[in-house]
Write a protein that binds this ligand. Structure first.
Ligand code: 0A1
Ligand code: ZN
Length: 881
């Protein structure tokens, strides 16, 4: 399909479906190559639709076997069927049933959309438009139906048969070889939430009683032999269910909640009603095969999918333009859950890091789009950091603006008013306008306007008047299709920091909302604070109160004071990052500045030394975040144009090395102090100690490679957990030589039977910033641990390489050529994974001219490839535009 031939779907063209489907009765007989699906649809004309309209059902690579209307065969002239569509030209203008028989081949489904086989397990993925690959349907989220599903399969192959809702019947099929299960889901749902699973799986079970007193059978299903790795996921599930009752007043609404882990999955997980299906990477955990980061991700994703039960399932989206209605809100909810379970400040810092590297980079390039896009060619390309992460930031700002009480009341109203409906952003915002009494029309611009705003701030102290004036202005650079930008509503949380802490804030400015919050909703404004007895240092955007860039010219000395004494922990971290970022940007822009950078490194090390001695031991997780320099991609974006990745890498390494050299003995001592012999526990405090020890290890390895190698080897040998072992491997990858290769080999041997661990091993190698990495990656593609058929393997090795700033952006262009070659190859089997990989090119325009030309050439080559999928064609076209 050529992208120019693909229709553009526009938000403004939305109209209700002409037909509704009240009930869906599915009878599915599972077979690896010939699965039979009988679908009986209870149809009726939609009073809001066009009377007398034909019935046009969606399909995708489908084979129609039989069709009956109210039980009778239909004349062949009354309908037309293709793999993409089934049309009844003149359906009766009343309720009727349509029985559709289709046949599909799960074993041939490499796209992993619809019904497929993952390591012998039958499973489905229907969001956004996969149901149409199972049966012809009105595959749109505003058509909601009550499903009853009968599954049948060979007992030996699929002893476990699951679908949505509650189990209502099960038994053997005469003949003895096959059995069946019938599931009924009383909650009407769109087809994208349908799911089934059939296979030989082990299970971990637990009973949960909701606050309302409903007893729920919880189950986590995993591949045989792995049930002892399901405990953490179950623990997270129970905790997030309680949390949703306590914080949002939401109880679970079925008798069963099933989680299934599969090894072949395009994304992280899927919130199918009562039957969440997960990429096993986000379920399986034990200390030897999962890192602290994995434990935290599992906690977040288990919560995310569970929270969707209310924000996504009970209230779903009217159309796919409203995707952020469920995704942004649910990310916000899972972030809040993790913040409550762990350190709020550290969670915020981690989330902002992710936001900057993934979303800010999207917003700054050719793929920028509003949180609610206005048009799309392929919806699967809009499951983006903008919809998810920026969508969550918008909810966070809304909460800050309306206040805690009106936010909770607004959520309650939303759940009450919109329950059982397919809603819009307007429906959602109306609830908060009502509970807060505020006009949210201007705020709604966050959903329409793409791009990361910049706040330009400066302050003036008037000693005679004892006043401090803050000037704030906002601007947003043009993005594709939006040359002119309007001001948005920006909540700026702030403090004025004096010698002994925060100064009281007194002002009669209407922009000041009280409680340390200025609302900047105009192009610019000034706020004058009175009774300011000393020149303060402004601490702006506390807690990162808005997803923006901040330009505020503070002296390094002032930033270091904020670092040591700001009452807002986020801004303490941010102050430090800003100092480091400045140095990196200067040296990244002008490699001759490397000497100056070393001098800055020495100064920074001095500041860090006190911090590590006095404060790090009390909060190691926070200290670990401080020790980690800004991501190289963020440095590149700050530089903005004519970027030379090698210069950034050199600056990054030089700064880390300098800090490592200066702090060497202290880092060693700190590692000693933090090291305990207690057995591994995944709790946040223990994870924080490991994080700090391992950040220190990375710096030591750069500064003193021999000492580093010794420590890494020892840590690998002694490690009773993957976190420490992987950190040892990662630190070693930066130190070329035999010791590194030996550790790489040893790691592979230790984890030969653990594909998820070997993914990390593949990725660690793909990220090595050396010229030999491309050859290494090509070689690793032949390793038994790698497979082009599994998305996790591809993301680890090829995705890892595409994220390798210096090697993807090699000056000879072979990095681009390799990734383009992989995209084209992969597109034939799995277009979703291929198009995500192609998005790695999104920052090509900010590169220096040589690389820019090479990257553009490879993008053009992809775009010109015949028979591209819609997914890849769409990304190629937009990236080049
Ligand atoms: N709704 C899921 C994300 C998801 C989207 C598309 C998929 O298709 C392959 C799979 C999952 C979530 O937000 O978790
Ligand atoms: Zn989601």
């Amino acid at each position: 399909m050529r992208s120019e031939d693909t229709p553009l779907i526009r938000l403004e063209d939305y109209r209700p479906s002409d037909w509704l489907i009240d009930t869906v009765d599915l009878d599915i007989s599972l077979h690896p190559t010939k699965t039979r699906i009988r679908s009986q649809l209870g149809l009726r004309p939609n009073p809001a639709g066009r009377p007398g309209a034909p019935l046009v059902l969606d399909g995708d690579e489908l084979k129609l076997v039989a069709l009956r209307l109210d039980g009778l065969l239909i004349d062949e002239t009354a309908y037309s069927a293709s793999p993409q569509q089934l049309t009844l030209h003149a359906p009766p203008a009343r309720r009727f049933t349509l029985m559709i028989d289709t046949e599909v081949d799960p074993s041939a489904n490499t796209k992993l959309m619809g019904l497929y086989l993952s390591s012998h397990v039958y499973c489905t993925q229907c969001e956004a438009d996969g149901f149409r690959r199972i049966s012809y349907f009105l595959d749109r989220p505003d058509v909601m139906s009550v499903y009853t599903v009968r599954l049948e399969a060979k007992k030996l192959i699929a002893p476990v048969l699951l679908s949505n809702g509650n189990l209502v019947a099960a038994g053997d099929v005469p003949g003895g070889e096959r059995h069946f299960a019938v599931w009924h889901d009383p909650h009407p749902k769109p087809a994208y939430l349908f799911a089934l699973v059939g296979g030989a799986l082990d299970v971990l079970r637990q009973t949960y009683v909701t606050a309302e007193g409903r007893s729920v059978d919880l189950a986590v299903y995993v591949e045989p032999g792995k049930a002892d790795r399901a405990g953490w996921a179950m623990d997270c599930l129970v905790r997030c269910m309680r949390w949703d009752e306590r914080v949002f007043g939401r109880n679970y609404d079925l008798d069963v909640f099933n989680v299934v882990a599969v090894s072949d999955f395009n994304m992280g997980a899927m919130e199918n009603k009562g039957l969440n299906i997960f990429n096993d990477k986000y379920v399986l955990a034990d200390p030897l095969t999962a890192t602290d980061g994995d434990y935290a991700s599992i906690e977040a994703i288990i919560a995310h999918e569970y929270f969707h039960n209310w924000t996504g399932n009970r209230i779903t989206c009217r159309d796919w333009f409203q995707l952020c209605l469920k995704e942004g809100l649910t990310v916000f909810r899972d972030q809040e859950f993790s913040a409550d379970e762990r350190s709020r400040a550290v969670k915020r810092i981690a989330d902002v890091r992710t936001l900057r590297t993934t979303q800010f980079s999207e917003d700054a390039g050719p793929l920028a789009h509003p949180v609610r896009p206005r048009a799309y060619k392929e919806i699967n390309n809009f499951y983006t950091p903008t919809v998810y992460e920026k969508g969550a930031e918008v909810i966070r700002m809304l909460k800050l603006l309306v206040g805690e009480a009106a936010f909770r009341a607004g959520m309650d109203l939303y759940f009450e008013r919109c329950d059982g409906t397919a809603a819009t952003i307007e429906d959602f915002l109306a609830c908060f306008a009502e509970t807060s009494g505020r006009d949210l029309t201007h705020f709604a611009r966050w959903y329409e306007q793409a791009g990361t705003p910049t706040i330009v701030a400066s302050g003036r102290y008037d000693a005679a008047a004892r006043s401090y004036t803050l000037d704030l202005a906002q601007k947003t650079a043009p993005t594709p299709g939006q040359p002119e930008k309007q001001p948005v509503v920006l909540p700026v949380a702030l403090g004025l920091v004096g010698r002994s802490g925060d100064l009281p804030l007194a002002t009669d400015s209407p922009a000041y909302a009280g409680a340390g919050l200025i609302v900047l909703d105009q192009p610019s404004l000034s706020v004058t604070f009175s009774d300011v007895g000393e020149p303060p240092i402004p601490s702006l955007l506390r807690g990162f109160s808005a997803p923006v860039r901040l330009e505020l010219d503070l002296a390094d000395g002032d930033l270091l004071r904020l670092f040591s004494s700001d009452s807002d922990p986020f801004n303490r971290w941010q102050a430090w990052q800003t100092v480091a970022m400045r140095a990196l940007v200067e040296a990244g822009r002008e490699p001759a500045q490397l000497e100056a950078l070393r001098a800055t490194g020495r100064a920074l090390a001095e500041g860090l030394s006190d911090f590590l001695r006095d404060q790090a031991p009390a909060d190691p997780a926070f200290a670990a975040q401080v020790l980690r320099l800004p991501a190289m991609g963020d440095v590149a974006r700050e530089i903005g144009r004519d970027v030379d990745p090698d210069a950034i890498q050199a600056a990054h390494r030089a700064l880390s090395t300098e800090i490592g050299l200066r702090l060497g003995p202290q880092l060693l001592e700190l590692r000693e102090k933090l090291g305990g012999s207690a057995p591994y526990s995944p709790d946040a405090a223990s994870a924080g100690r490991r994080a700090l020890r391992n950040e220190a290890l990375g710096l030591i390895a750069l500064a003193s490679p021999q000492e580093g190698a010794r420590l890494c080897e020892a840590q690998f040998a002694a490690g009773d957990n993957l976190t420490d072992r992987l950190a040892a491997l990662a630190a070693m990858t930066l130190v070329p030589g035999e010791a590194r290769e030996a550790l790489i080999a040893r790691f592979a041997k230790t984890y030969a039977a653990e594909p998820l661990v070997l993914d990390k091993w593949l990725m660690a190698q793909a990220l090595i910033p050396e010229a030999s990495t491309l050859d290494r990656v090509r070689e690793l593609m032949q390793h038994p641990a790698f497979s082009m058929g599994n998305p996790n393997r591809i993301r680890a090795l090829i995705g890892g390489f595409a994220a390798n700033l210096t090697q993807f952006n090699r000056t000879d262009g072979t990095g681009y050529a390799f990734v383009a070659e992989m995209v084209i190859a992969l597109d034939r089997t799995n277009p979703q994974v291929a198009s995500r990989l192609l998005s790695s090119f999104k920052s090509w325009r900010m590169l220096e001219p040589g690389r820019r030309t090479l990257a553009q050439g490879r993008l053009a080559q992809v775009a010109a490839t015949p028979n591209l999928s819609r997914d890849v064609a769409d990304i190629a076209e937009r990236t080049l535009a």
